[in-house]
Ligand binder design. Structure first.
Ligand SMILES: *[C@@H]1O[C@H](CO)[C@@H](O)[C@H](O)[C@H]1NC(C)=O
Length: 337
């Protein structure tokens, strides 16, 4: 008995070490070699106006794929615009582009629910959200929606002035792997909603089609920070009844997010002697952003490629007429990015 249970224990040990030997190395944001890197030294594929994919073909849309698809494809930072819900309710936030009458992508609670689902199912992924606080909302309102979505335990807070960021592996081990920045209105009562410009600078974002891609410090004005956003998306100005609107350019996205992006990254690496931390694009599934970000991270892209949207109609009549309606109503001066 004793001998056989001893043998059984030995064989158990042997088989478990066999299992251990076969366990692949932990991957962080998809790659084992990123685990030891500080958050600040990794580059992240970022979607500008990540929520603005609906309705399909909207003239003001910046993306084609929804947030779960973006996450699945490897987008790891998301630019979102916060507005007061049209109902006036303070227990949610509305995701709109320029105004909720132009493009209303629905409530934040839905998007945070999608993020929670992804983060639960993918415990080795570190995610960042950039807030444009267009509606001048109080940080407490964000806190309410994040808490209701069950994201509180995932939130990471970096102390202001501390330039030593944790490694991806340590953020993953602590489960604190959701980083949140806000461009305006941060306050000490909600420390996790971090004042973006304490940590991050951005290159200019209002790039017109055909204009050179700039590598200058736009926000905060003339101040370099530890991390940076390479804003790389273009628009074209149109004039409707004396009103100017800047429209995203899906038809050019393969060029914009392909050869143009290579050039812009190279130029800015030269100017700043630093990789962009966040590479922000429109229509991310066109061009090579995922491959280029992998290259910035020193890894060979192993993803399956970005999901191509199913062919939908181009701008539908309803969308066009509501867009024109918004313009005619004078709800818009300049359509902002
Ligand atoms: C800065 O943050 C790092 C990573 O979280 C931490 O290890 C370190 O102790 C912090 N340094 C200070 C001075 O707080």
């Amino acid at each position: 008995m004793r001998t056989s249970s001893f043998l059984a224990a030995i064989s158990l040990l042997a088989s478990s070490s066999l299992v251990l030997a076969q366990t692949p190395a932990q991957a962080c944001n998809g790659y084992p070699s990123l685990c030891a890197k500080p958050y600040s030294e990794v580059s992240y594929a970022t979607t500008h106006n990540a929520y603005a994919y609906t309705p399909p073909g909207a003239l003001a849309a910046n993306q084609d794929n929804d947030i779960p698809t973006q996450l699945k494809d490897g987008i790891r930072a998301f630019m979102l615009d916060a507005y007061m819900p049209p109902s006036g309710a303070t227990n949610d936030i509305e995701l709109c582009h320029t105004s909720c009458s132009l493009l209303d992508a629905g409530p934040l609670s839905k998007v945070l629910g999608q993020m929670k689902t992804f983060m639960d199912a993918n415990p080795n992924e570190v995610i960042t959200i950039f807030w444009e606080n267009a509606g001048n909302l109080a940080p407490a309102q964000f806190q309410t929606v994040y808490t209701a979505a069950g994201l509180s335990d995932y939130i990471y807070t970096q102390p202001v002035g501390n330039t030593t960021w944790p490694t991806l592996a340590s953020m993953i081990a602590s489960k604190k792997r959701l980083v949140n920045f806000i461009d305006d209105g941060a306050d000490a009562s909600v420390p996790w909603l971090m004042e973006e410009y304490n940590f991050v600078f951005e290159t200019p974002y209002a790039i017109l089609k055909g204009a050179p891609y700039p590598c200058t410090v736009d926000r905060p004005k003339d101040q370099r920070k530890q991390l940076y956003v390479l804003n790389h998306f273009i628009s074209s100005s149109i004039n409707v009844g004396g009103q100017t609107a800047d429209l995203p350019q899906p038809g050019l996205a393969a060029q914009t997010n392909g050869p143009d992006l290579v050039g812009h990254i190279n130029d800015c690496q030269g100017v700043f002697s630093q990789n962009p931390t966040y590479v922000a694009v429109d229509f991310y599934e066109k061009g090579q952003i995922l491959q280029l970000v992998a290259q910035l991270n020193g890894v060979t892209y192993t993803g399956k490629g970005a999901t191509q949207p199913s062919t939908t109609t181009s701008a539908g009549g309803k969308v066009q007429s509501s867009f024109a309606g918004a313009l005619v109503a004078g709800a818009l001066g300049l359509l902002t990015l």
